[in-house]
Each structure stands twice: as C-alpha cells, then as structure tokens.
Design a protein around this ligand. Structure first.
Ligand code: ZN
Length: 300
C-alpha cells in the first residue's frame, strides 16, 4: 500500500477521523539520515503526527511544525508537515540506539527523554503563526501530542502512532487521529465510547502489518456510527523544499570576506540540509560569482 492519508467524519459530524500510512516516507527518512532503530521510530511517529495535524487545517499552503526537546540522548526532533501531504524532519543525534524497554519495544521515551517540552506551530500562510508549548508527559510522542491536543487545542482527542522497523527497514508506520469536534465535545457518552474503542486497539502498526487497509481500520472503529468518507485519498511523501539556489542564497548572506576565506581555505563550500540530509557543493567559481553579485550590488 502506498503512503496515503484518509479522512472521515462520524456521529453526524461530531467525530473527525484521520488515518495515515507513512511506511515508505519513514523508510526514506531512515535512509537519508542514517537513523538508528529508535531514532527511526521517534522521527516516524512525529512525521505521522505532523501529517495528521496538518490535514485538519483548511487553508491551502498551511503547515505544522512539531519540535520536541527532551533530556534524552536523541536530542531534539523537528518535523515540518504540510496540508499538501509533504513532510520532512530530522533528529539531532540519529545514531543513538538504546536497549528495548520493559515491554520489549523500542525505547522511544528513553531516547527522547521524559522531561522537556513539545512545541507546535501552525502556520496558515499569513499573519502570525499560532504556536503553543506543553511539557512532555512520557517522551513516547503519542502521549505527549495527545496531551498537547487536549490541553492546548482543547479538543477531546485520541492519537495512536506506531513504527515497526527491523533489519529489513521500516515495514509499517502510521497513525490515527480521532477528535470530538466542538458540537460533540460535551457528549460524555460519546467521549467514553471513543476512549474504550481506542484503548481496545492493539496499536496501529500491528493492524497495518496484518494487511488491514486504512479504511478497514477506521471502519472497524467507527463503522456503526454513520461514518462518512471525505472523497479524496491523499498521497503523502517525504519532500524537502531545499535547492542549490537556496544554498547559494544562504552562502551569499555570509558576505564578501567570508566567501573569499572559503575560496582560499577550502576551494569552495559544502552545505548539508538538516531536514533531508542532501549535500550541496559550491565550487570556487560559484563563490566568485556570489562575490561579483555582492560587489556589483553594493556599487550600483
Ligand atoms: Zn533539504
């Protein structure tokens, strides 16, 4: 199954459901950043959440940034996801590996750290972006983001995230977001019902691994509650907006002296994009051209 995202509503529009399969894009991130197993799980979970959060925005061009800064050895995590289905991200220390936790699972909470902060920025493309910060709950990412949704956006929400990664790479990655919309959020019976059903889920990746489709998973959860599908299935992918031109622009900002220094000492410049790991090399000729641009700009 290709990476994709589906949306539905249930209970006469009182419940929003979004599900994403991010298996290939998590594998792509693993390959680009040389991620350890636990780093793959941490970044994969956060990228799935980014796509789920972005999918609830309306204005074209909207993006969500999720930054997690815990006190664990992984350092920070940064993910940037768009309503258009693109996502990119990185972790500070991609090689960190930890022994499994007491459930025999990848110790994401130990790698991220249980103390620290989670920052979410929603940018609709104009005005000030909306940003909010909460303390980490467990470092397991799903719990932390659910806590954020409930306290900061004040919508009763359930978020299930999972990544399965082994020697052969990522074999399942994805997530599910269920939210009670304002008109239903006072409905205690509905809140209870959703909580019970979500807590009965045996995780998200086992369902994907057993061959269930996204629609099948949502149907099993909400099929008896007037489930209505949004017509379009959205393709999602790892995609970074970086380019050689952007790198040259960034180098130009360093100024003439610094550029001259780079030509003399390094015979050019090398830059790696944090978000996607792409490496760019600017030759001395490129740098000389930048200096020319700067000098002709300042003399005219
Ligand atoms: Zn990039």
């Amino acid at each position: 199954m290709a990476d994709q995202l589906i949306r539905a509503t249930a209970a006469e529009g009182g419940i929003r459901a979004v599900a994403v399969n991010s298996t290939a894009l998590t594998n792509e991130a693993r390959r680009r950043h040389h991620l350890s197993y636990v780093a793959t799980a941490a970044l994969g979970r956060t990228m799935s959440a980014g796509l789920l959060f972005a999918s609830t925005m309306k204005r074209p061009g909207s993006r969500v940034n999720i930054r997690i800064k815990g006190d664990g050895p992984l350092g920070g995590i940064l993910v940037d996801a768009g309503l258009d289905g693109t996502v990119r991200g990185y972790v500070d220390n991609p090689a960190v590996e930890l022994p499994p936790n007491h459930h025999g699972k990848l110790d994401v909470g130990g790698a991220v750290g249980r103390n620290g902060y989670l920052y979410v920025v929603r940018d609709v493309g104009y005005g000030y972006p909306y940003s909010s910060t909460v303390e980490l709950v467990s470092g397991e990412i799903g719990d932390d983001l659910t806590h954020y949704l409930v306290t900061s956006e004040q919508l009763p929400s359930a978020l299930v995230l999972g990544v399965f990664v082994g020697g052969e790479g990522v074999t399942a990655s994805g997530g599910l977001l269920l939210q009670l919309l304002p008109k239903a959020s006072e409905n205690e019976e509905l809140v209870q019902l959703l909580e019970t059903r979500v807590s009965n889920l045996s995780g998200f990746t086992p369902l994907l691994q057993s061959g269930q489709t996204l629609t099948g998973i949502v149907e099993n959860l909400l099929g008896d509650m007037n489930l209505e599908w949004m017509p379009e299935t959205q393709m999602v992918r790892f995609d970074c907006g970086c380019s050689f031109d952007r790198v040259l622009n960034a180098l130009k900002m360093l100024g003439v002296n610094e550029l001259q220094d780079m030509i003399e000492k390094d015979n050019g410049a090398e830059a790696t994009c944090h978000f996607c790991g792409e490496m760019y090399q600017a030759s001395s000729d490129h740098l000389i051209q930048l200096i020319d641009d700067l000098q002709s700009g300042s003399s005219s």
